[in-house]
Design a binder for this molecule. Structure first.
Ligand code: TA6
Length: 306
């Protein structure tokens, strides 16, 4: 559907309008409550959110590709219907196929508190792989206002349980990953994909001195990213998520990724609402499951660190 057709059917002048984005891909631009956000139809991918009076909260690589069939590097990739590699099928795309596919617009509407809510959706029938999950509908509800919410609702259209793993793989923009702190994961058991080790997070805030790729189990609570240099703390709340993933590729891994600038790794940190590994979710036939990340920003007093 053309940008013109989408604006005629769904656009709200001054609040939510479609336009051509990078790579000729269609994006939705939302301006609500002083907040500005961009959502590509490819993967229902939020690529930018700038709260009123603030700076962009999301990080995007300058080397990102914008092509159907390839993931955008940065913003909030929707990893679904599996997280990471697909067990038993090395040909399957890492982090599933939703982020590689264009979704359709179902609705765009103002919210009661002056924001805007957009719903993108698609029915994913039984794909070719034997191990791939079954027949489901996925709805992404993006709500932009004083905070940003992204909710992924899976409706099982098949005849048996649909087992999925998933992540709202948010890339946050930071001043310097070596100078930020993360709180809210104390006491959570985690597996480090970077070192292969397993441990329980201590009471101290997380700090970053090397490649970090940790999957925290039983972590349903709010996580806070403290960035004194940017004078802000980013609150990452969530719903329907038992795992939290924290990732920074650091020097070598960043250099090995063609869609990630070699010198970009200090500018970002991923904090992901997920259901990964043993936290995979079984959705019964005809039922739905929702995972949501709710992001808000608070100014933090100059120089106050955790
Ligand atoms: O969420 C962390 C992670 O699983 C890392 O292991 C790394 O692979 C990252 O996702 C990015 O994956 P991608 O397929 O987008 O390059």
């Amino acid at each position: 559907m053309s940008v013109e057709e989408l604006n005629r059917l769904f656009g709200i002048p001054g609040l939510a309008e479609f336009e051509e984005g990078n790579g000729g891909l269609t994006k939705l631009v939302i301006a609500a409550e002083g907040s500005l956000a961009e959502v590509y139809l490819l993967g229902a991918h939020v690529t930018s959110w700038t709260p009123a009076g603030g700076e962009d909260v999301l990080w995007l690589s300058r080397e990102s590709r914008y092509e159907i069939g390839k993931p955008i590097r940065g913003g909030i990739p929707i990893c679904h219907p599996w997280f990471g590699p697909l067990e038993g099928d090395s040909s399957a795309p890492i982090h599933g196929y939703v982020r590689l596919t264009c979704l359709e617009v179902e609705s765009i509407s103002p919210t009661d508190d002056g924001g805007v809510s957009a719903v993108l959706w698609r029915r994913f029938g039984k794909p070719p792989g034997d191990n791939w999950p079954g027949d489901f509908e996925l709805r992404l509800r993006v709500t932009v206002g004083r905070s940003l919410s992204v909710a992924a609702e899976t409706l099982n259209r098949g005849q048996r349980d649909l087992v999925i793993s998933e992540a709202l793989h948010t890339y946050f923009r930071v001043s310097d990953v070596r100078k930020v702190r993360v709180t809210g994961l104390a006491g959570a058991a985690y597996w480090s994909k970077a070192t292969g080790g397993r441990a329980v997070q201590g009471p101290e805030p997380l700090t970053f001195t090397a490649q970090t790729d940790s999957v925290y189990r039983h972590s349903a609570g709010e996580v806070v990213l403290h960035d004194p240099q940017m004078l802000r703390a980013i609150n990452v709340a969530k719903r329907g998520s038992k795992s939290t993933v924290v990732w920074n590729p650091w020097i070598e891994k960043a250099a090995a990724m063609p869609d990630f600038g070699d010198d970009e790794w200090p500018e970002m940190l991923c904090i992901e609402a997920a259901n990964a590994l043993d936290d995979a979710v079984a959705v019964p036939p005809g039922k739905t499951h929702v995972i949501e990340t709710i992001i808000s920003v608070e100014p933090c007093r100059h120089g106050v660190t955790v």
